[in-house]
Design a protein around this ligand. Structure first.
Ligand code: AMP
Length: 423
């Protein structure tokens, strides 16, 4: 087995990696680092959790330190474009750890916070800039960003950029970059738009693929629990009562859904926090920090907010709502079983989510085991009167008339209005 020392990285970097507790490179690191040190372009098909951040940051740090050049005001030598602010902060954090004491300057640029400190940091020039596309474009427009000294461009999580509607912004940034540069593109999946972009962007790239497209990580145990919509809060609560479940990410479809779950858990004394687009940067960071430090065990997130967040030791993923897009299922469960650890993904499936389940199973080419051994299994509301009635008695969920068991009954009187889907 290869170890880090055979990768010809600078001794300072090897030392930092050892300090992080990495003993052997992950497959993407082993396959990418030698080529990146030779300044080749790279197309990396890999999801978060495979060690891809170190795969690209270690050779970048090696290059910057071995060829020191001072960045002029507003300039950077390396630009890393990433879809979310959490991911941007994590990448910067990793860079700082991997390059400790090497005198490299890095900074992050993302929206949702004041721009002044970002402008100030750029006014002195940096070695590495990690940015999300929207704010970067803003600052480019204001003349705070110049690309003449750019040597390396990394486009991270390209498919997510596409999903989040950032693709045009990304293209506008790319249009301003110098043609002479090293380019790295990472994406978990390869939809047509991304492969077209990759063809335009990359020159004779090395292609490294660590997990087949849209496949799930082997080590994750996946189960599905059939449950009526109204019983989801109780099912979640009963699962989380098991203290053996240490660090849990719960995914909901909407921001409001995430807030509702947190509220319910709060009522039954299970501390949790939500992260989604309506939360301030400070609130998101606090939530992540509380989870990392073990102050809370449960983080409730929407797909976009959770994308790319790097939390070690996530033991369980709970899909409170099944995602409509099967790719999101793959991304979600990829939050556990990171860098070789094992994890469990539990999906709640209500009657109206069965088509999503079918789509997911088709995509992952697996039929997910149905766990029938829970007290809310499968039944529509009227057949599980007892727990529903109990919970009302205990004041856990608001009293409402039980629904008829007819998904397509057109019985308007018993149906609640559809919630707007906004992630
Ligand atoms: P990433 O895919 O970059 O988000 O990395 C996922 C997780 O794997 C992070 O928590 C890293 O700290 C960790 N990691 C990265 N490289 C290694 C390695 N060679 N050995 C063990 N853990 C690693």
């Amino acid at each position: 087995m290869t170890d880090f020392s055979s990768l010809k990285l600078l001794p300072q970097i090897l030392e930092a990696v050892t300090k992080k507790g990495y003993t052997t490179p992950t497959p993407i690191q082993e396959q990418s680092i030698p080529h990146l040190l030779e300044k080749r372009d790279l197309l990396g098909i890999a999801q978060t959790g495979t060690g891809k951040t170190a795969a690209f940051t270690l050779p970048i740090i090696h290059h910057l330190f071995s060829n020191k050049v001072k960045a002029k005001p507003a300039r950077m030598r390396v630009l890393i474009l990433t879809p979310t602010r959490e991911l941007a902060s994590q990448i910067e954090q990793n860079i700082k750890e991997y390059s400790k004491g090497m005198g490299l300057k890095s900074t992050v640029i993302f929206g949702g916070v004041g721009q002044r400190p970002q402008v100030q940091a750029m006014s002195k020039g940096v070695d590495i800039l990690i940015a999300t596309p929207g704010r970067l474009l803003d600052l480019m427009g204001q003349g705070h960003i110049k690309y003449e000294q750019l040597e390396v461009f990394v486009l991270d999580e390209a498919d997510r950029m596409l999903d989040m509607g950032f693709f045009n912004d990304v293209k506008k940034v790319i249009a301003k970059l110098p043609k002479e540069r090293q380019t790295l593109l990472f994406s978990a999946t390869m939809p047509k738009d991304i492969s077209t972009l990759a063809q335009k962007l990359l020159k004779n790239p090395v292609r490294v693929e660590v997990t087949p497209e849209a496949s799930t990580v082997d080590k994750i145990e996946q189960i599905v629990m059939m449950v009526d919509k109204t019983n989801k809060p109780l099912l979640l609560e009963s699962i989380l009562k098991d203290k053996g479940i240490k660090t849990v990410l719960v995914f909901t479809r909407t921001k409001h859904g995430a807030n509702r779950v947190v509220k319910h858990l709060d009522k039954v004394s299970i501390p949790s926090a939500a992260i989604h687009g309506n939360k301030s940067q400070g609130a998101r960071e606090r939530a992540l920090d509380d989870l990392k430090k073990g102050k809370i065990r449960v983080l409730v997130a929407t797909d976009i907010a959770a994308r790319g967040i790097d939390i070690d030791n996530v033991t369980h993923i709970i899909n409170y709502n099944l995602p409509e897009d099967p790719k999101n299922y793959v991304h979600r469960i990829g939050r556990t079983a990171r860098a070789g650890r094992e994890g469990i993904a539990i999906s709640f499936c209500a009657g109206d989510e069965r088509t999503y389940l079918k789509g997911i199973e088709k995509t992952i080419k697996l039929s997910i085991t149905v766990d029938k051994n829970h007290e809310y299994h499968g039944a529509p509301a009227q057949e599980v009167k007892k727990p529903f009635a109990n919970s009302v008695a205990r004041g856990r969920i608001p009293k409402r008339s039980p629904k008829k068991n007819t998904a397509k009954d057109g019985n308007k009187g018993s149906r609640r209005p559809r919630k707007k889907t906004n992630t």
